[in-house]
Design a protein around this ligand. Sequence first.
Ligand code: GLU
Length: 379
Amino acid sequence: MVSGHTSLEAYRRVVIKIGSALLVDRSQGLKKQWLDAMCADIAALKRAGVDVLVVSSGAIALGRSVLSVPAGALKLEESQAAAAVGQIALARAWSEGLAGHAFVAGQILLTLGDTEERRRYLNARATIDQLLRLGAIPIINENDTVATSEIRYGDNDRLAARVATMVGADMLILLSDIDGLYTAPPHLDPNAEFLPQVPAITPEIEAMAGGAASELSRGGMRTKIDAGKIATGAGCAMIIASGKVEHPLRAVDNGARFSWFAPSASPVTARKTWIAGHLQPAGKISVDQGAEVALGSGKSLLPAGVTAVVGAFSRGDTVAILDVNGREIARGLAAYDADEARRIAGKKSGDIEAILGYAGRAAMIHRDDLVMSRARATA
Ligand code: GLU
């Protein structure tokens, strides 16, 4: 597939994620000149009629620099405190930078729960929509001062992808110190090849990004590929480009190298996008081969095809559906609590009433609440 990218002005709604290292210098603090150039690029896009949202990292890094916290890993409460100081400075820098181009910035701080819980998700979406309608530029970050290790994104790549799908963006740009995806980490492997276009995020592409997300790879290529899965599955294209130049958006339009990820041709509905993008499914349901085939052809998941139920989820929670090899093939909203699901697993739908003592739903996950995992579908 040939890159569909012509000019950023061709997009309707663009989310730009900016990594900490671009904005903050360990010894000198905020990189004001770079930020001013970035604001000029954003203003140019806005004037061309594009809605722009910024997901800006840098709160913790900036707070460290203001508080003169020495180098080295931070404890959770140290990074929370650093973020409290840094976020004020960060928001002010964006506000002033954009004001220089006659645009207004609005700060939005999100926690994981704001995107994982449907009601809070819709609430956050409404606020962001309203900001855009009023012509302001949302400046978004994770609310790092209250995020704890179990309930945080930790990286702004996936947060930006969730925001992009939440607002129906058609382009997500990840700006960091790497200019795109390589077949192997370029600093470790001299034969690593650059990939200008990624038509689909297959298991091979995922393998190029390295193993599962870990403390070390946080914010690395792994989270960028995860972000790509969330965004492209919802019909939003993604670009990974270097932000190490001044005017990085202008550079993208003027032929700088970047990796372009094609949006899915058949994006799922907004509600299914929300289900698919969950970062922490509350449980796992294993299914047999017959059920896997049925799901693939768009059917609901019936209890009869369920072989195992793991986790302590409640009715309405998102669960991952695994095939006989333990690979995730779909996600959906459970129609039963975990203990009920365990009791009716492997049983016929007609027996549910006798087992549970009430007539529940025939399906364990209804097809309207179910979305296939894209990487498998395109593998
Ligand atoms: N939210 C973090 C911060 O503003 C950054 C997370 C990331 O680097 O992806 O400091």
